[in-house]
Design a protein around this ligand. Sequence first.
Ligand code: ADP
Ligand code: NA
Length: 330
Amino acid sequence: MTKTRLYSGMQPSADSLQIGNYIGALLNWKKLQQTHDAFFSIVDLHAITVAQDPAKLRENTRATAAQYIAAGIDPSASTLYVQSHVAAHAQLAWALNTLTGFGEASRMTQFKDKSLKQGADATTVGLFAYPVLMAADILLFQTEIVPVGEDQRQHVELTRDLAARFNSRFGDTFTIPEASIIRDTAKIYDLQNPTSKMSKSAESHAGVIWMLDEPKVTAKKIMRAVTDAEGGVVFDRENKPGVANLLTIYSVMAERSIQSLEDEYAGKGYGDFKKGLAEVVTETFGTIRGRVLELLDDPAELDRLLAANADRAAAVADVTLAGAFDRMGF
Ligand code: ADP
Ligand code: NA
């Protein structure tokens, strides 16, 4: 039986991933790679929709790849590659641009939010076309399942519309993919602002747990996490968002139920609770960090591995692209 084809990616927009990327993406991917034919990309073409320093981008791309591997993505069980290494992404994106309505692309809420923040003159055509490139990413692999957060649902909808439009105009070419929305319980919030999503691109890093931070930096951030004056290690998202967030992280990282954590810390202070959490996080991330440093110590070997994976990705993508281009009259 052939395995279901799956595609996902992350931008190399920082040198370290944050714990939300680990919990919301990498841990899922690690499981999914066993049961699916998975393609995991480091989407550097997407990253340049905001200005990047070239040397830093190259470094962040390698570092992101190393973190995928250290967190358990197996580059022999899945295809782990860098988007810009496979030319078909940009080629198919151009073709899909010509099938995308200006109004349709203008309605993408992520574009509206980001362009509003940046202003019209700072907003690039690349940012506008970002969802079309994402559609190309997905369609090139005849992807069936796209595991994404709720914020990406609209982009997967656009991908489905573009695939159906292409197929009806030029003949059956693309598989229509489905979004598999990652459950909201895996959403991690900023430690200093526990009602806003933790993000690599957060303005302040005080509330972000980085995978590659030194253990003592991570421990300090956890000890300083915002809680409440009420006390009591109880899961209450509405009234105790800080504690609820820490409980979510603890539960995932220790593979324990929220209930068992509430029981363990009943009658104890937040200090004890945070200390326990810091131990669990620094233990897992300490191991990952060690492996990342090893991988980054041999960049030639890492590049060789990424090149081999890009060849595997290109072998699939090029077949789809050739079929699409042929039908378009190229
Ligand atoms: P970031 O905001 O850190 O730049 P991205 O937008 O690049 O993250 O998302 C990369 C992946 O990580 C996506 O699959 C996304 O759903 C997941 N992710 C990002 N932040 C979080 C979070 N705070 N909680 C859970 N998952 C997250
Ligand atoms: Na981001």
